[in-house]
Ligand binder design. Structure first.
Ligand code: THU
Length: 160
């Protein structure tokens, strides 16, 4: 029997160690948390993407009394960005969250469904997006895209 070891590279840094153009996107995601509609969980998530022309697009989680009808901030943002700017690739995605106690100290990781949508966006534009998960104490930076968060992933290649 063989074994496969799957490794992911994650850079850990503080916000002020990020390049200023990345910090701009992270700060947009942090600000976006104010627009989150999270009356059930009180977990306010903001996401922001930078497109290849520099445009920044933000989104938030949108909850619903029928819980599964709600949507995470990452998917709201990517679907909105891809709907408004279908010809512009996504180069960077930043995610931030806060509760009634304030911003989270540790980075918030995207859920599995959002990772799958992030993968599709990368496939669609044929380029990995940089991913930054924000926390007030530390940030995680994934330089090589969503593959690091979603090993052994299913994509359109299997449908051929
Ligand atoms: N949520 C996100 O928006 N993004 C994530 O990556 C994880 C969870 C939202 C969904 C729900 O509105 C709330 O956070 C609690 O799960």
């Amino acid at each position: 029997m063989k074994e496969m070891i799957i490794q992911s590279k994650v850079r850990v840094c503080t916000l002020d160690e990020l390049p200023v153009e990345d910090r701009e996107v992270v700060d947009a995601a942090r600000r976006a948390t104010a627009n989150s509609y999270a009356i059930y969980s009180h977990f306010n998530v903001g996401a922001a993407v930078r497109l290849d022309d520099g445009t920044i697009v933000c989104g938030t989680n949108q909850e619903n009394a029928a819980y599964p009808s709600g949507l995470c901030a990452e998917r709201t943002t990517l679907f909105w960005a891809n709907s408004q700017y279908p010809d512009k690739s996504v180069t960077l995605l930043a995610i931030a969250a806060r509760t009634e106690h304030g911003e989270l100290e540790r980075p918030i990781p995207p859920c599995g469904a959002c990772r799958q949508v992030m993968l599709e966006t990368e496939k669609r534009y044929n380029r990995p997006m940089k991913i930054i998960l924000f926390g007030t104490k530390e940030c995680y930076v994934l330089e090589d895209g969503v593959r690091a968060l979603l090993p052994l992933s299913f994509d359109a290649g299997f449908l051929e």
